[in-house]
Design a protein around this ligand. Structure first.
Ligand code: SAH
Length: 403
């Protein structure tokens, strides 16, 4: 093992790495003891030669090393099998009975650069680091052993691969798609969703909301419900099943709205749901831009807002906060007194406190008083490791309008 090339890190960096943060940036490196190939395994030591771990090296990435283990392990098929089994055990404990979930979530499962989503009998894999990408055959073999899936796909059309010098790649890695189609029927909480595994957003679905669908539906029971940013109808269908009289759901994507409509039909909920392809900002504006002496009439008992991340980076945070404030202001004008607003923010750069501040500013402007009745985070198949702040991104709150 000492034959491995060694990356020495600068004083002051070792504590973060020792605490479990797996990334070593270019700027934190003192030197590499001898040349090594990108994608190979290196060992990492501090400036006093204290061993910190082994990981993948890539000189082309800003993250030069991604640590895999704090001990001297062989990164082989058995290593992946053991890590993936540990990840699966966590899902079995915290999402018992789920048949579709994120089986491996990168840093949250000590596998930086690897995501594996399970959609019933099909697995979808993303490798966002060179070291991981090179080991796809090993990972696929381990996955076959553990899950015996019908097919394993790769959905490697993500932007982050560019930072590692990796090309885009999409397709079947092993097995065959059921019915030779990338569209599969996925079950979440007993509801059925049609998911396009090769063409849809993310790897097909926003699995990170699986737990919150249930919890939000428990709060928003009857009445008129609005689901902004519905995608395939996740919150809308859960609310309709929980007893909402009518759910109106909006998404700007025509394809998403068409699929959401089919999902409503497949679950016998089409009568209580309507879907509309529209920009939520424009839609809300058209219903709340009253003339000075006119009053907006609140008409919803429940409103869900689950927009995409408005911030790709820290610099865009101010604009994003303006966007969040605007949709909350307008949505609150449409919420009846006693009604429930469930709202989410999936931007890692906006923390929960900042998010709530924006909501409260909007409530102030809309002259509403809110009681917080729930706080949400990403589902447990997207584990949060606090010493790796990047693992935490989804936050949400539910409020009742007290007046
Ligand atoms: N709530 C969904 C996930 C939403 S993801 C779920 O549980 O699955 C964000 C969605 O917002 C995407 O489907 C995207 O098409 C849509 N979207 C993005 N900007 C929008 C806008 N301005 N108006 C309406 N929809 C938008």
């Amino acid at each position: 093992m000492d034959a491995l090339p060694t990356v020495l890190v600068k004083p002051g960096e070792a504590d973060r790495v020792g605490a479990g943060h797996p990334w070593i940036y270019q700027g934190s490196i003192l030197r590499l003891t001898r040349p090594t190939e990108d994608g190979d395994i290196v060992q990492v030591k501090d400036h006093r030669q204290r061993f910190l771990g082994v990981g993948f090296y890539n000189s082309k990435s800003k993250i030069n090393v991604r640590i895999l283990a704090p001990e001297r392990v062989n990164v082989d098929e058995a290593f992946f099998e053991q890590r993936i089994r540990t990840a699966l055990a966590l899902r079995s404990r915290h999402l018992p009975g789920a048949t579709s979930f994120r089986a491996v979530n990168a840093e949250g499962d000590l596998l930086s650069g690897l995501v594996v989503d399970k959609y019933e009998e099909v697995l979808v894999l993303q490798t966002s680091s060179l070291g991981m990408d090179r080991r796809k055959p090993m990972i696929v073999a381990a996955l076959q052993k553990i899950f015996a899936p019908q097919a394993i796909l790769e959905r490697n059309d993500i932007a982050s691969r560019r930072f590692e010098g990796l090309p885009e790649a999409n397709g079947v890695l092993a097995g065959e798609l059921p019915g030779a189609s990338p569209v599969v029927q996925v079950r979440l909480n007993g509801l059925q969703f049609e998911v396009d595994l090769l063409g849809g957003q993310k790897t097909g679905l926003y699995l990170d909301q699986q737990m919150n669908y249930r919890r939000v539906a428990e709060l928003i029971r009857g009445g008129q419900v609005l689901d902004g940013f519905t995608f395939l109808g996740g919150f809308a269908l859960h609310a309709a099943r929980a007893g909402a009289a009518q759910v109106h759901a909006i998404d700007q994507s025509q394809e998403a709205v068409a699929a959401a409509l089919r999902n409503a039909g497949a679950n016998g909920l089409a009568e209580n749901c309507s879907f509309e392809a529209a920009n939520v900002f424009d839609w809300l504006k058209a219903r709340t831009a009253a003339k000075p002496h006119e009053k907006t009439v609140p008409c919803f008992d429940g409103i869900v807002l689950d927009p995409p991340s408005f911030t790709r980076n820290r610099a865009a945070v101010e604009d994003a906060l303006r966007g969040y404030k605007e949709i909350h202001l307008r949505a609150l004008k449409l919420l009846k007194t006693g009604g429930t607003l469930a709202t989410f923010c999936c931007s890692h750069h906006v923390d929960a406190r900042t998010f709530e501040e924006v909501i409260l500013e909007a409530a102030f402007d809309a002259r509403r008083l809110l009681r917080r009745v729930a706080s949400y985070c990403q589902s447990p198949d997207h584990p949060i490791v606090p010493v790796i702040p990047e693992t935490e991104y989804l936050k949400g709150f539910a409020y009742e309008a007290m007046r």
